[in-house]
Design a protein around this ligand. Structure first.
Ligand SMILES: [Ca+2]
Ligand SMILES: [Ca+2]
Length: 232
């Protein structure tokens, strides 16, 4: 029995939007004064090299950025994007980069929510997180033999039951997989569980691409890019 998990193609991802899969680890420290604060951020890249990077996050308490050091920034409501400047050095696998900014607060400031680099969620250093490997899997359209796979595990043991993997996606593509439920407990949390997938026919000639996010309760999510090879 094979279940088709993804529905009709509704979005075509242009090739120019393609970028290497990333995950990241972040430390976020602040020092505050009456109405302002300075934030120091360290991003570590355990995945594919970043040629450039865009850090996104959402403030929780009405903070605003007034100036970022050697980076461009944009803020819309609570949502901030801080981007590397043209000519910045790539961040290699295992490398890290520091950035910082000054801002204003309305009473207190705390670690932002939804921290991402290049559209993929980051884990706070020391925070429990999901580990999905590799960052990128390719699958062939019309190949139902489950020739592609990625694995999932946790960074530390869970507390309590019901730590099921939940899958959400952005992008486009149709893939197939066995109807399997994945969950983690105190004895299997660090054993990689394999997710096998194959391709179903679609009605375009585009190499569809999607970002699949694997979420587990109480853990920061991780992602995998699923890259289709279209066969016509
Ligand atoms: Ca396609
Ligand atoms: Ca096709």
């Amino acid at each position: 029995m094979v279940a088709v998990l993804a529905g009709a193609i509704t979005v075509v991802v242009p090739a120019t939007a393609a970028h290497a899969a990333v995950n990241c680890e972040v430390t976020y420290r602040t020092s505050a004064w009456s109405d302002g604060f300075a934030a120091s951020i360290r991003l570590t890249n355990p995945g594919d090299a970043w040629d450039s990077y865009a850090l996104r996050f959402s403030f929780r308490g009405g903070e605003t950025v007034t100036r970022a050091w050697q980076h461009g920034f944009v803020q819309s409501g609570p949502n901030v994007t801080i981007s590397s400047e043209a000519g910045a050095r790539p961040v290699p696998t295992g490398g890290s980069v520091r950035l910082g900014f000054v801002g204003r607060h309305t009473g207190t400031t705390s670690t932002p929510a939804n921290i991402q680099v290049n559209g993929v969620y980051c884990a706070l250093a020391g925070e429990p997180h999901v580990i999905v490997e590799p960052d990128l899997v390719t699958y062939s359209e019309s190949n139902t033999s489950m020739q592609a796979a990625f694995t999932m595990r946790l960074s530390q043991p869970p507390v309590g039951p019901d730590h099921y993997a939940i899958f959400t996606r952005t992008g486009s593509g149709i893939w197939i997989t066995q109807p399997i439920v994945y969950y983690f407990n105190s004895s299997n949390w660090n054993l990689p569980q394999t997710y096998y997938l194959g391709g179903a026919p679609d009605n375009n000639t585009v190499d569809d691409r999607m970002v699949l996010t694997v979420s587990v309760k109480d853990y920061a999510p991780d992602t995998v890019i699923m890259q289709q090879i279209d066969r016509g």
